[in-house]
Design a protein around this ligand. Structure first.
Ligand SMILES: Cc1cc2nc3c(=O)[nH]c(=O)nc-3n(C[C@H](O)[C@H](O)[C@H](O)COP(=O)(O)O)c2cc1C
Length: 170
């Protein structure tokens, strides 16, 4: 799929078939995440995949943002081990956003549907996945073969959000 077409046609998919995610596809998706830009190339991220149906069912119980039953969940974490969390810039959270978009676009390119999930019980996920204290789950992405693809939600018009040369309208 051509890049701009992938960007334009990607949707947050929340309804999936029960088809499992191919291991090779999952590998490509994680490679796409790891190829994202990061401030100072710090790559302070970690990715945990969960594809076992029983594990997914338990994750759904602690992640209210998950709608539908996905075939896979990727947990995007920041690794603060060996670093003072308070001196780390917000940039690291932006890096997670870049990884998120690469994952969603790679999944779309592979014919999978994905959706970012910000609504989840952080401590519950940490405990369930045995994530160490200084590793912070920041975002989940659910994946699966789309059962249905929603139509595009309304996006703001460029006239509302885009300014050329200065903030002032000429
Ligand atoms: C950081 C972030 C967190 C999100 N959290 C959730 C969530 O918890 N549950 C959900 O169903 N969708 C979630 N979404 C998906 C948005 O609702 C979706 O991107 C938005 O409605 C626009 O639709 P589109 O992705 O199809 O363009 C999240 C998206 C982002 C970027």
């Amino acid at each position: 799929m051509e890049t701009l077409e992938a960007i334009r046609t990607r949707r947050s998919v929340r309804s999936y078939t029960s088809e499992p995610i191919d291991d090779a596809d999952l590998q490509k998706i994680i490679e796409a995440a790891a190829s994202a830009p990061s401030g100072g190339n710090s790559q302070s991220w970690l990715f945990i995949s969960v594809c076992e149906p029983k594990q997914i069912a338990r994750m759904r119980a602690i992640c209210p943002g998950i709608i539908g039953i996905p075939s896979g969940i990727i947990v995007l974490c920041l690794d603060f081990r060996g670093q003072k969390k308070e001196v780390l810039p917000i940039i690291k959270y932006l890096d997670i956003g870049a990884a998120m978009q690469n994952i969603l676009l790679a999944a779309h390119d592979l014919g999978l549907g994905g959706c970012a999930i910000g609504s989840f019980h952080v401590e519950g996920v940490k405990e369930f996945l045995k994530i160490p204290e200084q590793v912070e789950p920041v975002l989940l992405i659910v994946l699966g073969k789309p059962r249905s693809i929603p139509s595009a939600p309304r996006k703001k018009l460029l006239q509302e959000i885009y300014f050329q040369e200065s903030f002032e309208k000429i």
